[in-house]
Write a protein that binds this ligand. Structure first.
Ligand SMILES: *Cc1c(COP(=O)(O)O)cnc(C)c1O
Length: 389
C-alpha cells in the first residue's frame, strides 16, 4: 500500500480538495470582515449567507434558524447550557443518554454542578435508547432532552423522530448531536422533530474548527459567546469566513454524493467485518446490526488490548481507533461500551474502523491481510488466552 490506510473517519475526515479550492479566495482576496459596510466586507457577508442558505436547505430548515459556531463541541455546549440557563424558571431537569459524546456528557455534568438534575437514560445491548424510557423520565420541571442521532463509537442511529414526537407532545425542548450523521445519512429537522441540532464540518470533508447549530424559531436559548452582535446577537465573534464557506461547499458535495457514498461505505464495512470474522475467532460486533452510521465497524477482539492492536496496525500504516479519540490516553474503558453491558475487560479489546468515501476494496483487503497475524501475535503473548477448540 502506498501511503496510509485511513480508517478513522469518525475522528475526522480529510478536507475535500474542492472544499479547499472554494475556501482559498476568502483568505487572501475576500478577507473583509463581513460585519463592515464596504464592498469587501459585503462580499464576505454574501458568501456566508449563501453557505447559510445551502445548509438550511440541506436539513430542511430556514436560513435564519442556522447559527455558525466553532465546532461540534461548541454547538453541543451551547445547546445544553443555553437552554438550561434560558429556562431555569420552568425547571432544572435535563434528560440525556448514557452514550453521548463527551461534549454533551461533560456539559450535562457541569450543569449538575450548577444545581441542575440530570437523568441519563440507559441503552440496550445494541446501543438503542428506548423512547418509552424517555417518556417515563419526563417531569413537569424537565427543560431539555438531549439524545444523539448517530453514536461516534458504535455507530448506532437512535430513534430520534420517535423521541421528537414525545418531546413535542410534552412541550420539552429536544436537542440532538448530529455530528456523526449530517452529510452521511438524510437529516431533516422536521422529520426528526428536533428543536436544536448540532453539526461539525470536519466530520463530513469540511475544514476543522467550524460547525453549525440549527435552532428552531421561537426556542428560548441564551447566548453562549457574548460580544458583538454577530449571528443575530446569539453567537458573537468575527465570522470564520473561509471555514463557513468551506462548510457550505462540503454540504453541497454531500448533497450530491452522500447517497452513493453511503452505499459504497456499507459495502466496505460489510467486506471488512465479514472478512475479519472469517479470519479471526473471538470477534464481537458492537452496536446495532443495521441501524448504524454507514462505514462504521466497531468490534471487540477477545483477549487482546485495543491499544496494542492500534499500535501494531499503525506500524503497518493503518489508522484506526479504539473507542473515541477523545479518550485516548486514558485507561478507562469507553463509557459507551460499558453502557452496552460489556464487562470492562471485554471493552478494553475494542477497535473502531470508520470508512470514508475515498477508501477502496484494495485497502480493506490489505487490512484483512495484516490484521489476523497481529491478533495472533498479541494473543500468543497473553498467558490468559486459550484457543477455543
Ligand atoms: C466529533 C464529535 C463531536 C465534536 O465535534 P468537534 O467539531 O470535533 O468539536 C461531537 N459529537 C460527536 C458525536 C462527534 O463525533
Amino acid at each position: 500500500m502506498a501511503g496510509e490506510v485511513y480508517l478513522d473517519h469518525a475522528a475526522t475526515t480529510p478536507t475535500d480538495p474542492r472544499v479547499v479550492e472554494a475556501m482559498r479566495p476568502y483568505f487572501t482576496e475576500v478577507y473583509g470582515n463581513p460585519s463592515t459596510m464596504y464592498a469587501l466586507g459585503a462580499m464576505a457577508d454574501k458568501a456566508i449567507e449563501e453557505a447559510r442558505e445551502r445548509i438550511a436547505a440541506f436539513i430542511g430548515a430556514k436560513p435564519e434558524e442556522i447559527y455558525f459556531t466553532s465546532s461540534g463541541t461548541e454547538s453541543d455546549n451551547w445547546a445544553i447550557k443555553g437552554i438550561a440557563y434560558a429556562n431555569v424558571k420552568k425547571g432544572r431537569h435535563i434528560i440525556t443518554s448514557r452514550i453521548e459524546h463527551h461534549a454533551v456528557l461533560e456539559a450535562c455534568l457541569f450543569m449538575r454542578e450548577q444545581g441542575f438534575e440530570v437523568t441519563q437514560i440507559p441503552v440496550d445491548g445494541e446501543g438503542l435508547v428506548d423512547p418509552d424510557a424517555v417518556r417515563k423520565a419526563i417531569r413537569p420541571d424537565t427543560i431539555l432532552i438531549s439524545i444523539m442521532h448517530g453514536n461516534n463509537e458504535i455507530g448506532t442511529v437512535e430513534p430520534i423522530a420517535q423521541i421528537g414526537r414525545i418531546a413535542e407532545e410534552t412541550d420539552v425542548v429536544f436537542h440532538t448531536d448530529a455530528v456523526q450523521t449530517v452529510g452521511k445519512i438524510p437529516v431533516k429537522v422536521e422529520q426528526l422533530k428536533v428543536d436544536i441540532l448540532s453539526a461539525s464540518a470536519h466530520k463530513f470533508y469540511g475544514p476543522k474548527g467550524v460547525g453549525f447549530q440549527y435552532i428552531r424559531k421561537g426556542t428560548r436559548i441564551s447566548p453562549f459567546i457574548h460580544g458583538g452582535g454577530q449571528e443575530r446577537g446569539k453567537r458573537a465573534s468575527t465570522h470564520n469566513v473561509p471555514g463557513i464557506v468551506g462548510m457550505g461547499k462540503a454540504v453541497e458535495l454531500a448533497d450530491a454524493e452522500m447517497e452513493s457514498a453511503a452505499a459504497k461505505l456499507r459495502g466496505l464495512a460489510d467486506r471488512l467485518y465479514k472478512g475479519i470474522r472469517e479470519r479471526v475467532e473471538g470477534i464481537r460486533l458492537n452496536g446495532h446490526p443495521t441501524l448504524r452510521v454507514p462505514g462504521n465497524v466497531n468490534i471487540c477482539v477477545d483477549s487482546v488490548e485495543g491499544e496494542s492492536m492500534i499500535l501494531c496496525l499503525d506500524m503497518n500504516r493503518v489508522c484506526v481507533s479504539s473507542g473515541s479519540a477523545c479518550t485516548t490516553g486514558s485507561l478507562e474503558p469507553s463509557h459507551v461500551l460499558l453502557a452496552l453491558g460489556l464487562p470492562a475487560e471485554v471493552a478494553h479489546g475494542s477497535l473502531r474502523f470508520t470508512m470514508g468515501k475515498h477508501n477502496t476494496e484494495a485497502e480493506i483487503d490489505y487490512v484483512l491481510q495484516e490484521f489476523p497475524p497481529i491478533v495472533q501475535r498479541l494473543r500468543s503473548m497473553n498467558p490468559l488466552y486459550k484457543k477455543k477448540a
